[in-house]
Design a protein around this ligand. Structure first.
Ligand SMILES: Nc1ncnc2c1ncn2[C@@H]1O[C@H](COP(=O)(O)OP(=O)(O)OP(=O)(O)O)[C@@H](O)[C@H]1O
Length: 264
């Protein structure tokens, strides 16, 4: 790992996450090759690229979800506000409260709406009493634009909500631990166009409070919701720039081919 690359970035203060020389192997498959990315605070960063290019693999490096994959080996440096998240002192459970994640398919716990949101704050001891927990649950549901739809049925199962509501419940659950970064892996791929529009609107709102990183197959979605875009191809980060530059004047011919529909 080249220390100079890390040192230079440490001087840039508005980066939330700094990744340098990140490589991932799954057994003998070299899935991610020497990736350097800065995730800026209070912005949405989109990861795009053809299937299998390593977008989700890199996203999962950012909160150590790859720790749960036996064959995965991650090398390089990833700093969250200057702290190495792969340092042996870091507890991955605590890290995932700071770097929350929302998955492709809404996956509420088989619990009530209230308990889904209260789950993280309870295990992290964030509320001193029931009133404080109620407050966190309400604020989180409001923050996920779901409060008005569920406030009268908080004790009903989260799994009884519509797909779009379930995804917003999962966002509320992630937001409830006051994360610094929210990772979203194709959060709209199981949703209809109306629910997708609601979640996209929510993403735009969330960026006033967090860094958001979204993996998406939809270039239109990347263009609509993100300020920065990273284009991956065959495990390489090919180009990383302001979203409007990626879509209007890409520098690399591979990016140009992808956004014009010639690859992928
Ligand atoms: N859990 C895993 N175990 C083994 N190999 C994996 C695992 N997850 C991903 N890979 C491999 O890593 C490479 C990158 O996959 P990844 O899912 O990160 O790509 P992606 O760009 O997110 O693809 P997609 O858009 O299809 O979701 C692929 O070769 C894939 O087969």
């Amino acid at each position: 790992m080249n220390d100079m690359r890390v040192d230079q970035t440490m001087m840039t203060t508005d980066n939330k996450i700094t990744a340098r020389g990140v490589q991932v192997h799954y057994g003998t498959n070299h899935a991610l090759k020497d990736v350097d990315v800065d995730i800026r605070d209070k912005m949405v960063t989109a990861f795009i690229g053809p299937s299998g290019c390593g977008k989700s693999t890199f996203l999962r490096c950012l909160n150590r979800m790859n720790d749960t994959v036996a064959s995965a080996r991650v090398t390089g440096k990833i700093l969250l506000e200057g702290e190495d998240i792969y340092d042996p002192k870091v507890d991955p459970v605590q890290l995932r409260a700071k770097v929350g994640m929302v998955f492709q398919k809404p996956n509420p716990f088989p619990k009530s709406i209230y308990d889904n949101v209260a789950y993280g704050p309870r295990i992290h001891g964030m509320a001193g009493n029931k009133a404080e927990l109620d407050e966190i649950v309400e604020t989180s549901l409001r923050g996920a634009a779901l409060w008005n739809e569920v406030k009268d049925r908080l004790t009903e199962p989260g799994t009884g909500l519509s797909g779009g509501q379930q995804q917003r419940l999962c966002i509320a659950r992630a937001v409830a631990t006051s994360p610094e970064v929210l990772l979203m892996d194709e959060p709209c791929s199981a949703l209809d166009p109306i629910a997708t529009a609601q979640v996209e609107e929510l993403i735009d709102d969330l960026r006033s409070r967090f860094s958001v990183v979204i993996v998406t197959h939809s270039m239109q979605q990347a263009a609509r919701v993100s300020q920065k875009t990273a284009f991956f191809h065959l495990g390489n980060l090919v180009e990383f720039n302001d979203t409007d530059k990626i879509f209007t004047s890409p520098q690399d011919p591979r990016t140009e081919s992808y956004i014009s529909g010639r690859i992928g």
